[in-house]
Design a protein around this ligand. Structure first.
Ligand code: EPU
Length: 384
């Protein structure tokens, strides 16, 4: 990638783009007047203002980084002080302790998309702070397909490679060609090709090596439209009235995915506490096949290429007795999808962790499977 550090990408086409699912889900805070990029904010916010869970105590220090230069400078200075750093994008995959964060919180607000010439002319690059879903909209508006099944995922472009976001049979690794980062250990900007990113199910080198890499921008490679990638998720194929493996207009896939996500409460809506969550709270467990065969035949499962079996965490949770809406206090399971823990307004991180532990323990005693959290837990952990 050849973007000069500190230069925002050309905002090609942004003024014409239709509203996207993530527009309403972004924390309003960073765009409020009075906040200057790059300089420290003297009155740091509560992390609850920056996360879709709406929990988390205060940041000790806070900076909004609108350019790569500001971002690198802020992180470098904190590293020199020996102060911990928390990078926040859309705040949609974080559960932050009620005590807050005892260091520098950097809101990554680098913006811009650009077409990137490559062999077939279907590359594109996006800055880390762009909402992921805005990028999906941009790709479809610019004749690029491959990300349409990843529509409506909250969070930013910079977070996409870290957890290798995925949905409806697609994952970010399918389209990512390269990731440009600031390497805090080597104190230099580096570009990783996709093959070097260590992508796996909801994981990557960047997630496996916390506190080392700061994503600056992501380069992707797409297919020419208008047809989608082959439909790889049976629920989506059924909704579209096609067989798995078929292709339809990519914009139809986007609409279908947004509708399905909406019915499951997986489109953050500021007016609906049923969506105040971090999406799926648990990963779908990946089990040795000898363990998976001991589960009831009705448990949805997906054979993996390495012989392991991915099992539906939602099914295990529901069958273990945690129905939709489970919980008595302000932390409850979503009434539309048991995999999402939700904050009904006044939940604390401790409330959510207690609920998560109850669900984990219930599934473990019913099925002998230990569910692992999917969001990043900051300064807190599930009670034993
Ligand atoms: N199910 C239930 N109860 C529920 C919901 C689902 O029993 O309340 C069962 C159903 O039998 C269904 C199966 O679980 O067939 C799978 O459900 P779903 O299609 O909703 O997908 P998921 O496995 O629960 C995963 C991702 C989501 C992604 C969807 C769609 C993980 C941890 N979650 O959920 O990603 O949107 O597939 O592809 O992989 C996220 O990671 O935050 C996230 C939302």
């Amino acid at each position: 990638m050849t973007l000069p550090p500190g230069a925002p990408l050309a905002a090609d086409g942004r003024s014409q783009r239709p509203p996207s699912a993530s527009d309403s889900s972004r924390p309003a805070f960073p765009d409020q007047p009075g906040f200057q990029g790059g300089s420290e904010i003297s009155d740091p916010p509560l992390l609850s203002a920056l996360t879709t869970f709406r929990v988390g105590g205060p940041a000790r220090r806070f900076v909004i980084a609108r350019t790569e230069a500001d971002l690198i400078a802020a992180v470098r200075a904190a590293d020199a002080r020996g102060e911990p750093v928390l990078l926040v994008g859309g705040g949609s995959n974080l559960l932050v302790a009620d005590d807050g964060f005892p260091g520098l919180v950097v809101l990554v607000a680098l913006r811009g998309f650009a077409a990137q010439p490559d062999g077939d002319g279907l590359g594109a690059v996006a800055s880390a702070g762009e909402p992921w879903d805005d990028f999906v909209v941009w790709t479809l508006a610019h004749g690029r397909t491959g990300a349409e099944a990843l529509s409506g995922i909250p969070g930013t472009v910079g977070a996409a490679p870290v957890q290798n976001i995925g949905a409806y049979g697609a994952e970010a690794a399918d389209v990512i060609a390269s990731v440009r980062v600031f390497d805090r250990q080597r104190d230099e900007v580096r570009t990783f090709t996709a093959a070097d990113c260590g992508f796996g199910y909801r994981t990557s080198l960047f997630k496996q090596t916390p506190d080392r890499y700061v994503v600056l921008s992501v380069g992707c490679r797409f297919q020419p439209g208008p047809l989608s990638a082959p439909i790889a998720y049976s629920e989506l194929a059924h909704y579209l009235g096609v067989e798995a493996g078929q292709q339809v207009r990519a914009t139809f896939v986007r609409s279908a995915v947004l509708t399905i996500r909406g019915t499951k409460g997986m489109l953050p809506d500021p007016g609906d506490p049923d969506t105040w969550s971090a999406g799926s709270f648990f990963k779908n467990p990946v089990l040795p096949s000898a363990q998976a065969v001991r589960l009831p035949a009705a448990a949805p499962r997906w054979a993996q290429s390495d012989g392991t079996v991915k099992v539906s965490a939602a099914w295990l949770i529901e069958q273990a007795g945690f129905s939709k809406g489970y919980g008595a206090g302000p932390a409850r399971l979503s009434s539309r999808h048991v995999l999402a823990l939700t904050n009904r307004g006044t939940a604390t991180a401790a409330d959510l962790l207690a609920l998560a532990a109850a669900v984990r323990d219930g599934v473990r005693s019913a099925y002998g499977v230990t569910l692992e959290p999917e969001p990043v837990l900051v300064g807190c952990r599930l009670p034993d």
